[in-house]
Design a protein. Sequence first.
Length: 366
Amino acid sequence: MAADLNQTTSDPPFDVWHSVEDAYWSAFRTLPKDRWDFITGAAGHEHTARANEHALAEIALLPRTLAGAADPDTSTTLLCSDTALPVAVAPMAYHQLAHPDGELATARAAKAAGVPFTVPTLSGHTVEELAAVGGECWFQLYPQPDKGIEAELIARAEAAGCTALMVTVDVPIMGRRLRDLRNDFRLPPEITNAHLPGEDTGGSAPTSHTTDVVDARFDWVGLGTIRDRTALPLVIKGVLSAVDADRAVSLGVDGVIVSNHGGRQLDGVPPAVAALPAVVDAVDGRVPVLFDSGIRSGIDILRALALGAQGVLVGRPVLWALAARGEPGVAELFSLLRTELASAMTIAGCRDIPTARSLRTTRTRR
Ligand code: FNR
């Protein structure tokens, strides 16, 4: 987003956010540099992170005319959850880096907006506290080196009432995030992990503690074990290859999330949207395909739907909104995305989400 901002924005600050870029600037002005860099930065030289946004911008939508699509219905089903929008909150570590109310504030705003909240393994609040907020709740699991802890986390997510288990498969180790390395970024001591209290995460660098809390040897056998362990809908997050998507579906997953982790893992992988059509083809309607990495507007949401996604996860924009304005900021972000999506659907001639998913697209070169 940073690369193109000057072309489209007026001077900050903004009383009302008319685009995600406005929230971006509001957060930029609020956050200390090292936290801003951790949230906004990506791996390596951030080519992939920039490409995520640029590749989405190159997807052009072919509107249907005379469709009478005033007041479109943006509600849908994501995985097994009924939602007001084809949007869920992406799992993101430590929302308290953005705002002291942390994940609780995000979960409350998501509930009010009718949007599922994904509880991250690396959370400052427990899955029990976050599920008690009462909205639709999914649990993101980093495969654990200690399989006893892994089983316990899954059982806790089930008991708390989470309605999906999302296993992140693109982090055997953390990507090399140059901004964090240069800043020697560390979690402040007051931010600790609520799910893995034995881990001394407070005061540590995320790169080193991720090594302790993620199983770098996790493989298809490990995924099969998780499949056998839970009756929850199981989704894998971080797929870019059609072959992997096909194998995961054959193994019994209930959903696939096309994602490159917002460019935070391997700089040099394709922009996530470039991988979406082949994964949708390979999955061939057997399970839903969700998408994230680079969604910055309602039009981007419509683009992902038109390419066959059931819906999208939104990452950094949620933390920008949270950083700038706390829970009301996240509520404002969802309201903005709803307004943008509804506007785009009306103009593109889509009365509802199934129609949006049948829109045709072309690619442009800017
Ligand atoms: C993430 N992401 C992430 N993913 C995950 O599965 N577990 C995690 O703990 C985290 N942590 C995390 C922290 C921060 C600060 C960010 C920005 C992202 C990745 C996230 O779920 C999602 O894939 C990307 O953020 C999507 O890209 P955008 O929307 O940020 O461009």
